[in-house]
Write a protein that binds this ligand. Structure first.
Ligand SMILES: Nc1ncnc2c1ncn2[C@@H]1O[C@H](COP(=O)(O)OP(=O)(O)OP(=O)(O)O)[C@@H](O)[C@H]1O
Length: 360
């Protein structure tokens, strides 16, 4: 596809093609991949944190692929997808007759992953009553199947992922602190797509390439205004949402031109409930100039962070900027915190019009 030649992707430069499936050229992604390379060869537990759709599973597989355990089992379990009463047996297995319905012996994921890697997705969803058992297997590498007194010894490397804030869960007594510290040996934070918007053009061309080939459709042109719109959208569903919208755009494409899959402001949103809303639920604007794109991105990020500028979760960090640089840009772009007008509970002063300054 012609467009992929236009947007140069650093993934093609990575000499050893160690991260073939991971596309992006932002500094933050580079830093994540540096951490992956550093930890992969060890046997240490890794905790991958990030919003849904940011690529946590891809990172878990990359750790496995670069590790000495590559070629041995890679077993995955999404803890949120299994009913709570079945999770224990799913993890540790059971003997026949261990509970009503246990008509045969079952091997659990820890046993399946022996000598290899276990990827526990949504680890924050492990219920409190199971957490001590998980802690034990991580520390001692031993466990018993349900309904059995026989202790099994395993050699399993754990990679866990979560889109929840485990530290806050610890503070609320929903997650055991000893398990948290055991999981948090080597944390890797995968930032949301809106905090690495430099990755968007290469991801767009990557997915256009994949879907156009799959659908045997030629796409030769991505109009700059389409790319600008995609680059300034907040992507609450992250890369998964981008992937799905590009698939739709390829289906809709005519004359080898990729249409803008984001709904226009004011149009009905039936085709895409997520694509049509920002994190705050407002309609995305489609900027035409670079200045408008920058303004839209800053506004969306401020919106998503509740107008908090500083701190680890603030807009400046999310945008990869120093706090003072962001404040400076906000002043130049006339961005001020929206506020309610005294005469109407629902009316807001339009961002960019005079209003009180943003929060810290
Ligand atoms: N950097 C990337 N380059 C190419 N594709 C990516 C990238 N990151 C994510 N993807 C793709 O986006 C989709 C979502 O990624 P993945 O399932 O790894 O996200 P996740 O964070 O594990 O999501 P969840 O929290 O919902 O389980 C997958 O199809 C994955 O291949």
């Amino acid at each position: 596809m012609a467009a992929s030649a236009v947007f140069n992707s650093r993934e093609f430069d990575r000499g050893e093609r160690r991260f073939e499936q991971i596309v992006g050229n932002s500094r933050v992604l580079e830093q994540v991949l540096e951490q992956v390379e550093r930890v992969a060869s060890t046997n240490s537990t890794v905790l991958i944190e990030g919003e849904t759709g940011t690529g946590k599973e891809l990172i878990a597989r990359a750790i496995y692929n670069l590790s000495e355990r590559c070629g041995r089992p890679f077993i995955k379990l999404n803890c949120a997808a299994i009913p709570l009463d079945l999770l224990e047996s799913e993890l540790f297995g059971h003997e026949r007759g261990a509970f009503t319905g246990a008509i045969a012996q079952k091997i659990g994921r820890f046993e399946m992953a022996d000598t290899g890697t276990l990827f526990l997705d949504e680890v924050g969803d492990i219920p409190p009553q199971l957490q001590p058992k998980l802690l034990r297997v991580l520390q001692e590498q031993e466990f018993e199947r349900l309904g059995s007194g026989h202790t099994h010894h395993v050699d399993v490397r754990l990679v866990a992922a979560t889109n929840r804030n485990l530290l806050e869960m610890v503070a609320r007594n929903e997650f055991r602190s000893d398990l948290y510290y055991r999981l948090n040996v080597f944390p890797i934070l995968l930032p949301p797509l809106r905090a690495r918007y430099e990755d968007i053009p290469v991801l767009v061309t990557h997915f256009v390439d994949i879907f156009s080939r799959r659908m045997r459709k030629q796409i030769n042109h991505i109009p700059p205004e389409t790319m600008a719109a995609l680059t300034s959208y907040a992507w609450p569903g992250n890369i998964r949402e981008l992937q799905n919208l590009i698939e739709r755009a390829v289906i809709l494409a005519n004359d080898e031109v990729l249409p803008n899959p984001l709904p226009s402001p004011g149009l009905p949103t039936a085709t895409s409930p997520t694509a049509s809303t920002t994190l705050s639920g407002s309609k995305p604007e489609l900027p035409k100039t670079l200045r408008e794109s920058e303004r839209a991105l800053i506004l969306q990020t401020l919106d998503a962070t509740g107008w908090v500028i500083g701190g680890p979760n603030g807009a400046a960090t999310q945008l990869g900027l120093k706090r003072t640089t962001l404040i400076d840009r906000m002043k130049k772009l006339g961005i001020r915190r929206p506020t309610r007008r005294a005469d109407s509970a629902d009316a807001f002063i339009v961002p960019g019009q005079p209003g009180p300054p943003a929060g810290p």
